[in-house]
Design a protein around this ligand. Structure first.
Ligand code: 3AM
Length: 169
């Protein structure tokens, strides 16, 4: 079984900019390692190899356009105790992709988060509050999405990109 999610993975510049915001907040919680910074599109959960193969096959048929999300706010989410960047998609591409991936999951009888999609980048965990911080908005553009495996290790969670799909447009 693998614990999987669909995500946007940052190019080095975007990773560095997110990591810089995280570093400025580092006393507020436990920073997510820079290598782990991402935007979750749809969390899938634990699936076996057969379902993984079906997810990969179906994801390859998704027609999606280049995504652009403007991360211009910081938020504190009390229940998961995270500090995250929150963003607004600049057009319908991100939401269309999330909807398509949710439909793929539903067709495989996988229950996904049914709350409205909120694009976010988790920067710190185990946070208690959000200190004030001014930062330049980060426009995260991506012509690709990926399927990622999440593994818990003694050194912490490790994410591995299993497959990446590029937009044809
Ligand atoms: O994108 P972030 O880091 O906020 O919290 C988990 C992480 O979110 C979330 O999926 C991302 C990749 O692990 N996650 C974990 N379990 C989840 C669940 N049951 C979940 N999201 C929704 N439902």
């Amino acid at each position: 079984m693998k614990r999987l999610f669909f995500a946007l993975w940052p190019v080095p510049e975007i990773r560095a900019r997110c990591a810089a915001v995280s570093a400025a907040l580092k006393t507020a919680g436990r920073p997510v390692q820079a290598d782990n910074l991402h935007v979750t599109l749809v969390f899938i959960g634990s699936v076996d190899e057969t379902v993984e193969a079906k997810l990969i096959e179906a994801a390859g048929t998704v027609d999606f356009a280049k995504i652009s999300i403007r991360f211009d706010a910081l938020d504190y989410w009390r229940r998961p105790q995270i500090i995250c960047l929150t963003g607004k998609p600049e057009d319908t591409a991100a939401t269309s992709l999330v909807d398509a991936l949710n439909r793929i999951a539903a067709a495989l009888e996988i229950r996904t988060d049914d709350r409205p999609y909120q694009a976010h980048v988790t920067l710190l965990r185990k946070a208690k509050a959000l200190p004030p911080l001014a930062f330049e908005p980060i426009v995260w553009q991506s012509g690709a999405f990926c399927l990622v495996e999440s593994r818990s290790t003694p050194e912490g969670v490790v994410y591995r990109v299993l497959k990446t799909w590029q937009t044809p447009t």
